[in-house]
Design a protein around this ligand. Structure first.
Ligand SMILES: [Zn+2]
Ligand SMILES: [Zn+2]
Length: 183
């Protein structure tokens, strides 16, 4: 297998962890993990490793934005964003399910105890959650910008109070009516 980034460099077998073999490029340090090897290792885990909190730190220079061909089967690899509002993308082959990590990406996952979640990143629930979180953050920033911190905090409190009130329908109608004392 040749490196999908450096092309002429061969990938060499390495042990990423005990029981987890991968193929690494000695030039760019990127790694390819086959789906079978990953699952074989993953099944040996006794419990899921609790993910560590904290911001995912990414150096933009790690990113290799060009499309890559799967070193295993030659299919074009799909890029998946993995964390909201962070330029952390993993490449995955949709034909053989092999995964390519650019240099340092495996280390970031290891550092946050997310290396046992590798298969989850490409699932619908993970991707949907990611998009929902990005939309939330985007709208939050717009409200804050347009309303200002004080009014935004205030309307959020009012909203909470309204929603938890047993007569919230009546409160809403009262608010929205031009004149609540007219029928
Ligand atoms: Zn390389
Ligand atoms: Zn492939």
């Amino acid at each position: 297998m040749n490196c999908p980034v450096c092309k002429d460099y061969k990938l060499e077998q390495v042990n990423l962890l005990e029981g987890l073999v991968a193929a690494q490029c000695q030039n760019c340090k990127g790694v390819f993990i086959s789906s079978n090897d990953y699952m074989a290792w993953w099944r040996t885990l006794e419990d899921t490793i609790p993910a560590k909190e904290g911001a995912i730190e990414v150096d933009p220079s790690w990113e290799v934005p060009e499309l890559k061909l799967c070193p295993n089967c030659g299919h074009i690899m799909a890029r998946y964003k993995v964390f909201p509002d962070t330029d952390f993308y993993l490449d995955r082959c949709r034909r053989c399910n092999g995964i390519w990590l650019d240099a340092h990406e495996w280390d970031v996952l290891l550092h946050h105890n997310l290396h046992d979640n590798l298969n989850e990143f490409f699932t619908r629930p993970w991707q949907d959650h990611l998009h929902a979180e990005e939309t939330h953050n985007h709208l939050d920033a717009i409200y804050l910008d347009k309303l200002g911190e004080h009014d935004y905090e205030r309307i959020k409190e009012i909203r909470e109070w309204l929603r938890s009130h047993p007569r919230h329908g009546m409160l809403l109608a009262f608010l929205q009516a031009e004149d609540p004392y007219k029928i």
